[in-house]
Design a protein around this ligand. Structure first.
Ligand SMILES: [Ca+2]
Ligand SMILES: [Ca+2]
Length: 177
């Protein structure tokens, strides 16, 4: 998971048209979830739309009781108006995964490469993928030319099923370069 996040951060940092660094935090009450993201947003990605790519960490016991951390990336579009205070609408996609150690002493494979198959206590890493699509809405508040604040609601529709869907409410800050 750490390797993937590093790769995503490298991708984010190589986006040449990006105009601002954004960082944000979200909370979802029903699934007791937390979301953290860090990435880049380009103000005029399309006509009257900004685009972004974020490294995103989602944490919820509802996703996985043993390993609730899902690391991945979000990409999306948001309507953009050239006023200091404006509502906005957006849509995005999240793709992430977690990794946990599970017992592997009955699969006839030497999972840890120590020369012994299925010895007592042998483990393997198990990856679980999760994807989500989300509509987003909120307010965008420009504080001068250098800082933009967003208050947002994001409804995550998860590949894990409807019991994992929830509203995330968040605050993000963008620092214009
Ligand atoms: Ca082994
Ligand atoms: Ca094994």
């Amino acid at each position: 998971m750490k390797k993937n996040i590093f790769a995503i951060l490298m991708l984010v940092s190589s986006l040449s048209h990006a105009e601002s660094l954004q960082v944000g935090a979200m909370y979802a009450e029903n699934i007791d979830g937390i979301g953290l993201y860090l990435g880049l947003e380009g103000e005029n990605f399309l006509y009257h739309a900004s685009g972004y790519i974020d490294a995103t960490l989602l944490v919820s016991n509802a996703y996985d009781a043993e390993q609730p951390f899902f690391g991945g990336a979000s990409v999306g579009l948001r309507t953009a108006f050239d006023t200091p205070l404006s509502p906005y609408l957006g849509i995005g996609v999240y793709l992430g995964q977690n990794e946990k150690e599970v017992p592997a002493s009955h699969d006839n494979i030497d999972n840890d490469g120590d020369g012994f198959k299925d010895e007592a206590g042998e483990m393997r890493a198990d990856n679980t993928l999760m994807s989500a699509v989300y509509p987003e809405l909120g307010w965008r508040i420009a504080l001068g030319d250098s800082v933009t604040v967003r208050l947002m609601g994001r409804y995550m529709v998860s590949s894990f099923g409807r019991q994992h869907d929830d509203w995330f409410y968040g605050l993000s800050l963008a620092f214009n370069q």
